[in-house]
Write a protein that binds this ligand. Structure first.
Ligand code: SME
Length: 160
């Protein structure tokens, strides 16, 4: 059984601890669904002020919802739509302090106020995105971005 330990120290230290928990969780497993499911659950329960954490996978045409924690979500997101599409298209993390001010934001859960989306690339090929939503405005700062990008790297590496 995997036991999570509550995070302590400053935010950077908490992300370092979370990364170590993530590494332990995916160790020896390459299945993209299994690891996405467990990482979504880990992050959703470890970090405060989140209402959705999960993965969208690129099917060669658009983004399709994968494992997540939170309310049921939009199933398919074209690459030219939403914060997720912007991350996938640009290859850059999208940190959006106010989703209502983001042109083309796709509202899945009306509770979401801010969002962070990390694109997932493996050998230069788009795998999908790792998406986090918060009910609070401006929930994600640069430390969150760095920490969550590291978790995304752990996920991509776990795919083998
Ligand atoms: N808000 C996202 C859609 C996915 S949900 O947040 C789960 C977007 O604009 O792409």
């Amino acid at each position: 059984m995997f036991t999570t330990h509550s995070l302590s120290g400053d935010k950077a230290e908490q992300y370092a601890q979370l990364s170590r928990q993530a590494e332990a969780l995916v160790a020896g497993e390459h299945d993209r669904i299994a690891n996405a499911a467990n990482l979504s659950a880990l992050v959703y329960h470890a970090l405060p002020r989140l209402n959705w954490v999960g993965f969208y996978f690129f099917d060669g045409h658009e983004l399709v919802v994968g494992p997540f924690q939170g309310l049921p979500a939009c199933i398919r997101i074209p690459l030219d739509k939403g914060v997720c599409g912007a991350a996938a298209r640009s290859g850059d993390t999208q940190r959006v302090p106010d989703v209502n001010a983001f042109e083309g934001h796709v509202a899945c859960d009306s509770a979401s106020r801010s969002e962070l989306v990390v694109p997932l690339f493996r050998n230069d090929a788009l795998v999908g995105v790792f998406d986090l939503d918060s009910p609070d405005l401006d929930r994600f700062d640069v430390t969150d971005q760095r920490g969550l990008e590291e978790l995304a790297r752990i996920y991509v590496r776990s795919l083998g």
